[in-house]
Write a protein that binds this ligand. Structure first.
Ligand SMILES: [Zn+2]
Ligand SMILES: [Zn+2]
Length: 167
């Protein structure tokens, strides 16, 4: 397979294991000083990207759309697919959820937290949080997660672990 030329402005960003596309897109944009609009234009996906960032995957991303995005973010289509739900998996659009114990190990929002069927973190045997346990602010969409803390009261995700009930 021929490798397409790398667009000169791209800083590549390696996806974390289990990372959601929303969280990845936010990191990619910040690494490349690009706005949502710019990324929408460069990929010619327009507002479709904004929908994906909110875990709205109906209609499901097409191969063509994924190829366009893969070219700009310099990943394989298969790597993008791993950040997307398999077809038929129901997604929870809100609230955004968090296993703080996972985040401390790998600083990213995991795709599986937004599956409708996910009840908790199987790895840590903890329930997921859907709001800051201190000030009750709901977590924003993962593409805007920057510092791993509540945007209002600045409680760190690490400090939220004690508020996660056993699952
Ligand atoms: Zn966990
Ligand atoms: Zn808070």
């Amino acid at each position: 397979m021929e490798t397409p030329p790398i667009p000169p402005w791209v800083f590549t960003v390696e996806p974390y294991k289990g990372e959601s596309l929303s969280h990845f897109l936010g990191r990619f944009r910040r690494a490349n000083y690009a706005s949502s609009n710019e990324l929408g234009q460069k990929t010619e996906l327009g507002s479709v990207l904004a929908r994906w960032e909110k875990f709205r995957f109906i209609p499901p991303p097409s191969q063509k759309q994924l190829e366009a995005l893969a070219l700009v973010v310099q990943l394989e289509v298969e790597q993008l697919r791993q950040m997307l739900p398999l077809q038929g998996v129901g997604m929870k659009h809100e609230p955004m959820r968090l296993c703080a114990a996972c985040y401390v190990e790998i600083p990213c929002h995991k795709l599986e937290w937004q599956f409708k069927e996910t009840r908790g973190c199987a790895h840590h045997q903890l329930r997921l949080l859907s709001e800051c346990p201190n000030c009750k602010l709901r977590f924003p969409i993962p593409s805007t997660w920057l510092k791993g803390q509540c945007k209002r009261c600045l409680l760190s995700f690490a400090e939220m672990i004690v508020s996660q009930k056993p699952y």
